[in-house]
Design a protein around this ligand. Sequence first.
Ligand code: HEC
Ligand code: HEC
Length: 265
Amino acid sequence: MEMTTTTRRQFLKTVGGVTLGVVAVSGASTLLACAPKKVEAQELPWPYQKLDPVATAERAYTAYYNGGCMYGAFEGIVGELRDKVGAPYDQFPAAMMKYGGAGVAGWGTLCGALNGAAAATYLLHDSKTGNPIINEVFGWYGAEQLPNYKPASPKFANISSTAANSQLCHASVSEWCTRSGFKATSPERAERCAWLTASVAKYAVELLNQQADSSFKLVHTVPASVKECLSCHSGSGSVGNVHTSNQSTCTSCHDVAKHPIPLRK
Ligand code: HEC
Ligand code: HEC
């Protein structure tokens, strides 16, 4: 393994399996300090064992109230793996995923439930081949009426479902608030996001289980209306320099009626 700048600067030497830090002081005297034994980070992919989607959803729901949407989805999946597989999952600081709450620290960007599921499932994939489950979960999230999982002991009995048409926290929450009539700051909205976190973690695990059975298939592909836009506005298209590819829709942000050249309906 490559040594980091810090370890190189400290002239780390391994002597008989014990790592010693040798720090040069004023070029003359040297100081021997005991450094912790070097632990190799486990390469991806990490091992997977099929999980119970409902147990995952329940765990995600509970975790939502302990650390928000990203932490909830991540801990739902990785917490189950920690219990079932142990190492290396017991080495991972899941609490770091709290950064992703409400679209990253409240910025309303990527939905934290999606971010958490993407991070958790990425641990289970070879970083060279990528993670097809992200595409399916993101496409599904944009298209389906969600949440579609009701926890065993909910705080509210009835939470309505909406299709977000977007992977953005801001768009997803606002659409639900408009349709349900609840305020974004209401406990009902928090509960909706908790159910949504559970729904996302559950679906991600269903897909991981399918993958373990070699039956995983991408179902929610990019809609035809978006593919049409991308035929000109993606990498190889005539006006491709806009850095976009997969989307649930383009027209929630761009008005086709104002398009500089006429488009087919
Ligand atoms: C047949 C090719 C083609 C298709 C299909 C197409 N566009 Fe365009 N689009 C263009 C061209 C050409 C321009 C003008 C580029 C320029 O002036 O630099 C443009 C410009 C734009 C702009 C900039 C608008 C502006 O006022 O300058 C946006 C936004 C856009 N397109 C969105 C879309 C969306 C959304 C779709 C799908 C509903 C779409 N386009 C489909 C060719 C296309
Ligand atoms: C979440 C909102 C959002 C979505 C969804 C979205 N865009 Fe954009 N797009 C923007 C913003 C914001 C800009 C930069 C500001 C602007 O020019 O309107 C932009 C810029 C563009 C531009 C360049 C505009 C210019 O003036 O040159 C094009 C072309 C474009 N988008 C096409 C697309 C296409 C095609 C899709 C779907 C695949 C898409 N966008 C999806 C928000 C969005």
